[in-house]
Design a protein around this ligand. Structure first.
Ligand code: MGD
Ligand code: MGD
Ligand code: MO
Length: 554
């Protein structure tokens, strides 16, 4: 069963329920309500493995706020029928059920609630720790979920200790630059935004990941200097004072592996370095020598010597394992051969040991159990994240007042045709564009209501900004919902104006720069309300990939 505003989130034979986006917590609470009131909740699982179910149940049944989270209540919020929800809850309790909540549901306002509610629902079903049951996440979009991890530490660099205590959540970059000296809450603690004069950015692109790009541009106007490392002329690189051209992974030697992939692979440089491109390691080493601690930074190893060193260290871990898959060869032989195979467990049943004996194998929560009620979080006293899963109506959704002005719910999800903003100029991503613009998918009836047809270029807008996009009609998108994936490189019509329309289709000119809640202050870019109209003006050229005029080569 797929519950999603987009039909093609799953393939083939799969039942599809399309609720109003943003209503998932209400839906899961209603399912929990049916389990609780029809005697279908696994009370002995809740007693043995969880904390605070009773407090959650008081909320669920409306004892604390006067609102029982009934299927009728959730039907109004979600657009699904109460009957559908009742039947689904009974079905879930009658067979092996895995509850999985897509990561996207965290990337919205109050994004802590959906995974927490999903885990609570799975706990009520009592199947956590059983093969094929319980709770899982990350399926479909990531390569690792469901596969067993390798039992060795991977060959990675020691991270070091940062002497600077100042800290911000990633999604607070504009706040950091615009509000120096102000306090903010995060995970039960209070921090102060420092006054930043220099920004040094390597390996990330806020013009891809951050919300409300107009506000970000004002923020980037505040520091004295911005340095960016990137292999490409991304919008972030164009906003820098100093740009260091980095090599791509194809231009340097490296190791690759992930926590649950049995192969450690020698990544040989495939092409020579392009012009002045440098490895980030060489740039940072050169800076460290200029600053007087070069040898401490490099430990006198070149990049290749590091690979050899890390491999050797890792090889020691593997050789100590009597059940290893194979004896890893010496570095030179490994480098020639190109890979070595590691051992993984055949099967992975998450939380199996915990289920077996929660005293012997407790969870890494304060109580060692599944915290349906968290005394810690409750103690923070946040009005946007209570001590147990709870429904909070978001601002950017079709069930609220803002939808009267902006009646379409835009899903800004991960793109199929690239990784984030990377290789947007490449052939695969380019083939999806419509008259050079990022495709926006919409239901044919929503298009008719606006006299739009397939292939039209439209202006997508709200009170924060606007962008152009190319229309694709698809009845696999719920009515009232449109989908414009992230990753089209920001391309302002007037580069001097931070609020300028993006002529290419970057949805983050529209999204709100507000965190999930005080608890985690995460990104909320997945959902935003918009309106759409046909763009009849002369089509502006795409300049997103043009290199800027360089004042001085250093
Ligand atoms: N091709 C490709 N793969 C990627 C990435 C990429 O950029 N490109 N990025 C990687 C990264 S870093 C991450 S974090 C993961 C992210 O993985 P996910 O978070 O799973 O990916 P998304 O595409 O953002 O969202 C998945 C689906 O959630 C659905 N959805 C959106 N809003 C709602 C809602 O309110 N309710 C319900 N029920 N469903 C909703 C949408 O239909 C969307 O297609 O993907 C990884 N994989
Ligand atoms: N609206 C909205 N916004 C979102 C999301 C969403 O769902 N909706 N999803 C969020 C999520 S889950 C994520 S993970 C973020 C992703 O956001 P980012 O990770 O910031 O996006 P990328 O485009 O992958 O940026 C990586 C950059 O690193 C550069 N790079 C690659 N290799 C190297 C190298 O060797 N050296 C250096 N110096 N640079 C290199 C690439 O060229 C690229 O510019 O976006 C977030 N933003
Ligand atoms: Mo991500």
């Amino acid at each position: 069963m797929s519950i999603s505003p987009l039909r093609d989130d799953t393939h083939g034979e799969c039942e599809w329920l399309a609720p109003r986006p943003g209503s998932d917590v209400a839906i899961m609470l209603a399912l929990a309500y049916v389990l609780a009131t029809e005697g279908l909740a696994d009370r002995s699982f809740l007693d043995r493995y969880c904390t605070g179910y009773d407090k959650f149940e008081d909320y669920l049944l409306g004892r604390t706020d006067g609102i029982p989270k009934t299927p009728q209540w959730a039907a109004e919020l979600s657009g699904l029928t109460a009957h559908t929800l009742i039947e689904l809850a009974r079905r879930m309790a009658s067979s092996r059920t895995l509850v999985t909540v897509s990561w996207s549901l965290q990337r919205v306002r109050y994004g802590e609630q959906a995974p927490w509610t999903g885990i609570t629902l799975a706990a009520m079903l009592g199947q956590i720790g059983i093969p094929g049951g319980g709770f899982g996440h990350g399926y479909g979009s990531m390569n690792e979920p469901g596969t067993a991890p390798v039992p060795y530490p991977l060959p990675t660099l020691f991270q070091g200790n940062n002497d600077v205590d100042d800290f911000i959540p990633v999604a607070a970059i504009s706040d950091l630059l615009l509000r120096p000296g102000e306090k903010f809450d995060y995970d039960g603690k209070q921090f102060t935004f420092p006054d930043i004069r220099l920004v040094y950015w390597a390996g990330g692109n806020p013009f891809h990941h951050h919300q409300d790009l107009g506000r970000l541009r004002h923020a980037l106007g505040r520091p004295d200097t911005i340095v960016v490392h990137d292999p490409y002329w991304t919008p972030m690189a164009k906003h820098a004072d100093i740009v260091v051209p980095s090599t791509t992974t194809l231009e340097r030697n490296d190791l690759t592996c992930t926590r649950s992939d049995p192969l450690l692979v020698a990544m040989h440089a495939a092409v020579p370095r392009f012009e002045d491109a440098r490895d980030d390691y060489d740039t940072f080493s050169a800076l460290a020598y200029r600053l007087g601690f070069g040898d401490r930074f490099t430990e006198k190893r070149s990049a290749q010597e590091w690979l050899e060193y890390l491999y050797g260290q890792w090889r020691g871990f593997v050789l100590a394992d009597p059940a290893r898959a194979e004896d890893p060869p010496e570095f030179d032989e490994f480098w020639r051969r190109g890979h070595v195979r590691m051992r993984t467990e055949d099967d992975l049943t998450s939380f199996e040991e915990f289920r077996d004996d929660p005293q012997r194998d407790p969870l890494r929560t304060p109580s060692g159990r599944i915290e349906i009620f968290s005394a810690d979080i409750d103690g923070f006293g946040y009005e946007d994240c209570a001590g147990h899963p709870k429904w909070y109506a978001p601002e950017e959704w079709l069930g609220g007042a803002r939808a009267e002005q902006y009646p379409l719910h835009l899903i800004a999800n991960q793109p199929r045709t690239r990784l984030h903003g990377q290789l947007d100029h490449g052939a695969v991503s380019q083939a999806s564009k419509i008259r050079g613009r990022e495709p926006i998918r919409m239901h044919p009836e929503d298009a008719v209501a606006r006299t739009l047809s397939e292939g039209d270029v439209v202006r997508v807008f709200n009170d924060r900004g606007a962008c152009l996009a190319g229309v694709v009609l698809d009845d696999g998108v719920l009515r009232g919902v449109v989908q414009l994936s992230t990753g089209a490189w920001y391309d302002p019509l007037d580069p001097d104006d931070p609020e300028s329309m993006c002529v290419h289709g970057n949805p983050n000119v529209l999204t709100a720069d507000v965190g999930t809640s005080r608890l985690s202050n995460g990104c909320t870019g997945q959902h935003v309300l918009v309106e759409i109209e046909r763009f009849d003006g002369e089509l502006p050229p795409i300049r997103a990939y043009d290199p800027p005029t360089i004042r001085r080569r250093l």
